[in-house]
Ligand binder design. Structure first.
Ligand SMILES: Cc1cc2nc3c(=O)[nH]c(=O)nc-3n(C[C@H](O)[C@H](O)[C@H](O)COP(=O)(O)O)c2cc1C
Length: 176
């Protein structure tokens, strides 16, 4: 199985990118491809920009990655209760490709983490409601609260109960 692993943030040192990579490592027998939004130099979407330049090549590449993958692992950064602007920009551009539903009907593990005790619960809830309209099949959700208390950058989730919860969620995921 091929996984597309997306950190939903344009921060260079995104905790969500690190967390998404860790979660992906818990899938057995999977090939992983990582999307680092901080490295994608994509103009800010506007209908005027779109008319001027068309769809940027990096957005077309992202759409191809979505088309090719078997499963998406996405962890969302929460900024003021909503999406990180880098992710939103990428998704808005992708939605403008002709005849496309952004996530192309692909199954997804949708997650969020933040340094706070709610672990990005607001953006996670928003995405869980909205992403199916953009062609995502959300198979499961998971929020990791208080990132710096519960995650070690090398070892991954350090809280045994949260680690077991995530492992169980992943082992129960079925892909048609
Ligand atoms: C502009 C801004 C708004 C933020 N808003 C929230 C928020 O609403 N909820 C939250 O839990 N953390 C919030 N944070 C803290 C982020 O969760 C924290 O910066 C985290 O590292 C973001 O994830 P990332 O490292 O993957 O980008 C905010 C941070 C910034 C810079």
């Amino acid at each position: 199985m091929n996984l597309l692993v997306i950190g939903g943030s344009n921060s260079k040192n995104s905790i969500n990118r690190r967390f998404a990579s860790f979660a992906a490592s818990l899938f057995e027998n999977a090939e992983k491809e990582l999307v680092d939004i901080s490295k994608l130099d994509i103009p800010l979407f506007s209908v005027d920009k779109e008319q001027e330049i068309g769809i940027p090549p990096l957005v077309l590449t992202f759409a191809e990655q979505l088309d090719k993958t078997d499963f998406i692992v996405l962890s969302l950064a929460e900024n003021n209760g909503s999406f990180n602007v880098g992710l939103k920009n990428l998704l808005d551009w992708t939605s403008r490709i002709k005849d496309r539903k952004t996530f192309a009907g692909k199954p997804m593990l949708l997650m969020a983490t933040s340094p706070g005790p709610r672990g990005g619960a607001s953006v996670l809830e928003t995405a869980k409601t909205l992403f199916p309209y953009s062609g995502a099949v959300v198979k499961a959700t998971f929020s990791l609260p208080s990132f710096y208390q519960n995650f070690d950058m090398e070892k991954g989730i350090t809280n045994e109960s949260l680690l077991q919860q995530l492992k169980e969620i992943i082992s129960n995921i079925t892909i048609d």
